[in-house]
Design a protein around this ligand. Structure first.
Ligand code: MG
Length: 376
């Protein structure tokens, strides 16, 4: 029986994880559940799964008898008696949980992107220091992990991340000016939360995944590329020194990489296998980086490292929510990120507190860039 501490249990990845536990009640249980503000849903999940501890960071909930209600400041207790910590909380807030899970020395199934994007150096150091294990949940990094025989330290020549291209792949620059939140939320292949769906439309998400690949697999940036693959069937590829390439294929369904992060090297039945003859054609196109500047902004911030990815991420969160509210245009997301990045010098990312303080300052900067000084 694997005991799972699920952080972000009411989001898209969290709900799919609950589906997996429902399907295999003799294999998995939840030792802890945590969410941001969806207290009612957390209460229902506690009733169903009876975790030992539960936390609602920004809301109220009623735990059933047998579940201890934790409060903010007691997050470390979430990882006290788990085998796997699944970090599916969204945004910069996820980094703190990842660091706490690393300190607990458990397997970390990482679905939170900001942990490695903003705090990669801190996370990798903590994982090493405490003998924790880092396993990717994101479909692209899971694909690479599988192609590398579940070894983050395996050797390879090149990593190729596939990108669906998002809903605006074929839009002109002129059309991008007029795209709305509703347009951006119509992702062609993957069903995800609103923030990451917009990040897929700007290709910021693919830039994040390049940074994550660099941190996870110690891959030099010039050995990582991204290619557009609109069908989202090939989840990523690894090229080896002899020119051979391995790819992992499957329907776009996050339950496969989530489940594998919990069970590997073992595999359990999950989804029906591909029907290749029915799929017919798989297509690949160059990534249109010039049309989607967020991609290169992210990669450059990742190369610079230190506090700059945190500035990038904070500005992106503020800008994406402003776009979702109809306050700024789609291209203005990239402009806000670029202007925020140019307002901050690079500093070493020496502690979580330093990154958290940078995050707060960068949010304030992005806010004033969008809403004007007086509003911030
Ligand atoms: Mg992905």
């Amino acid at each position: 029986m694997k005991r799972i501490a699920l952080i972000g249990c009411t989001g898209s990845i969290g709900r799919q994880t609950a589906d997996i536990v429902r399907r295999y009640p003799d294999r998995f249980c939840f030792s802890s559940l945590a969410c941001g503000s969806a207290g009612e849903e957390l209460s229902a999940l506690c009733q169903e799964f009876h975790p030992r501890t539960a936390l609602c960071a920004k809301g109220e909930f009623t735990p059933p008898v047998g579940t201890k209600r934790l409060v903010v400041g007691e997050e470390a207790a979430l990882f006290a008696d788990c085998d796997v910590a699944l970090i599916a909380a969204g945004g910069f807030a996820g980094l703190r949980y990842t660091l706490l899970a690393a300190k607990a020395g458990v397997r970390i199934a990482l679905a939170n992107k900001e942990s490695l994007v903003c705090g990669g150096e801190l996370v990798l150091r903590a994982v090493r220091a405490h003998g924790a294990e880092l396993v990717p949940v994101d479909s692209e990094h899971s694909a690479i992990f599988q192609c590398l025989s579940f070894r983050r330290d395996a050797s390879f020549a090149r990593l190729v991340l596939t990108a669906s291209g998002g809903p605006f792949l074929h839009a002109s620059a002129e059309e991008l000016e007029h795209m709305t939140a509703a347009d951006a939320l119509r992702h062609p292949t993957w069903k995800m939360g609103a923030k990451i769906t917009v990040d897929s439309a700007t290709l910021l998400n693919k830039g994040y995944e390049v940074i994550e690949a660099n941190r996870l697999y110690d891959a030099p940036f010039d050995c990582i590329e991204a290619v557009v693959h609109p069908e989202s069937i090939v989840h990523s590829l690894v090229y080896f020194s002899d020119g051979a390439a391995l790819a992992q294929l499957g329907y776009p369904d996050m339950r496969v990489p989530i489940q594998l992060a919990l069970t590997f090297p073992e595999r359990l039945p999950c989804e029906p296998p591909l029907d290749l003859a029915r799929l017919g054609t798989l297509t690949f196109l160059p990534l249109p980086a010039e049309k989607f500047p967020c991609f290169s902004l992210a990669v450059e911030a990742g190369k610079a490292g230190g506090t700059l990815p945190t500035v990038l991420n904070a500005a992106a969160e503020v800008a994406v929510y402003a776009f979702l509210e109809g306050r700024i245009t789609f291209p203005a997301i990239a402009h806000t990120i670029r202007d925020a990045l140019s307002a901050f010098p690079r500093e070493e990312a020496d502690s979580f507190d330093h990154l958290a303080e940078t995050d707060a300052r960068a949010r304030a900067c992005a806010h004033s860039l969008i809403y004007g000084k007086s509003a911030s």
